[in-house]
Design a protein around this ligand. Structure first.
Ligand SMILES: NC(=O)c1ccc[n+]([C@@H]2O[C@H](COP(=O)([O-])OP(=O)(O)OC[C@H]3O[C@@H](n4cnc5c(N)ncnc54)[C@H](O)[C@@H]3O)[C@@H](O)[C@H]2O)c1
Length: 305
């Protein structure tokens, strides 16, 4: 095709996609997806936003596959879901171990069926300054927060592609978009998850898989316990989020097939400014908002040493 014609066609497609996105954003008649036919797998379902998402998905009628390293917590979430007369299958999985992910993935397919919604949520944090992080902990952070996404995607996404139907949610973090002092291993792992998610989305698009949706979730700190002790200087503008609020936003993003969710909204402004402003101007802005020292008071769950 003539290059100019191709260019005009691309321009029309781009315009159409932007119009659709605009409509989706402002559409006052937003509807929820019916998940009666769906099997939703959530890693790290035993606590925090993983647990809350599991309950929300179950209420929408989906069968839940709960993965967590913590057997007791995972079983407790399964019980909560069954008490709602919904279906939950808990599995103990250490997401830092590739072979374990593949083995349990096969077990899930045999025992429950093909996963149609994959939520890569399990995460760990050392909360140490880079030179204080034990090598083992930095390794674990990369394994759980990044590498596990590779293995779950490889295990479950081919079946979505075969039917051109499915959804992958990557629970990354604003630390996957910006670098934060005291979070080097965590930031690196979340930037990895963001990169993985972006290229997965490109690959699905290249394959013409318009029925397999992807949602990248990049929240600021959430009050789940994982980041216990962190401080924000201007809570009205850059608040530490309530887990329920974060999960409301995630579910909205899921229902509307939103590609990128950053919350609170001011993060979109930082994201926009990041490539425009000089790096040290951004760091000064971070200082003003207290982000630079936010990790100084971190205590976390104090079990990852
Ligand atoms: N809490 C925050 O401030 C915050 C902010 C942005 C992004 N996130 C991300 O959201 C996700 C959920 O975090 P949360 O705040 O609910 O934390 P959380 O600690 O409450 O939940 C994490 C879950 O992952 C599980 N897990 C840890 N290691 C695992 C492993 N090796 N295999 C399987 N499961 C494992 C834990 O047992 C736990 O149930 C994480 O990926 C986190 O990085 C959290």
């Amino acid at each position: 095709m003539h290059l100019l014609l191709e260019f005009l066609l691309s321009l029309m497609k781009i315009g159409w996609i932007c119009l659709l996105a605009f409509w989706k954003f402002f559409n006052p008649f937003k509807s929820k997806k019916n998940l009666e036919r769906d099997i939703v797998l959530i890693t790290g379902a035993g606590s925090g936003i993983g647990r809350l998402m599991a309950i929300r998905f179950a209420k929408l009628g989906a069968k839940l596959i709960l993965w967590d390293i913590n057997r007791e917590a995972n079983e407790a979430v399964a019980t909560e879901i069954r008490e709602l007369s919904k279906i939950a299958h808990p599995y103990v999985v250490d997401c830092s171990k590739r072979e374990e992910i593949y083995r349990v993935a096969e077990q899930v397919k045999r025992e429950v069926g093909e996963v149609t919604v994959l939520v890569n949520n399990a995460g760990v944090i050392s909360g140490k300054k880079f030179f204080d992080v034990a090598d083992k902990m930095a390794d674990l952070t990369l394994q759980v927060n990044t590498a596990a996404h590779f293995w779950t995607v490889k295990a479950f996404v081919p079946a979505m592609i075969a039917k051109n139907r499915g959804h992958i949610l990557t629970i990354a973090s604003s630390a996957g978009m910006f670098g934060v002092a005291g979070l080097m291993d965590y930031c690196a792992s979340k930037h990895g998850a963001v990169g993985l998610h972006e290229s997965l989305t490109s690959e699905l698009h290249t394959l013409g898989m318009d029925g397999v949706k992807t949602t990248l979730v990049c929240p600021y700190y959430i009050n789940t316990g994982m980041f216990n002790g962190v401080k924000t200087r201007l809570p009205r503008i850059l608040p530490i989020l309530k887990p329920e609020f974060a999960v409301n936003k995630i579910m909205e993003a899921f229902h509307s097939d939103q590609y990128l969710l950053m919350t609170p909204r001011i993060l979109y402004l930082f994201y926009l400014l990041q490539p425009i402003l000089p790096k040290y101007a951004m760091l000064e802005a971070g200082k003003f908002f207290g982000v630079d020292r936010s990790m100084d008071t971190f205590v976390g769950r104090q079990k990852n040493d």
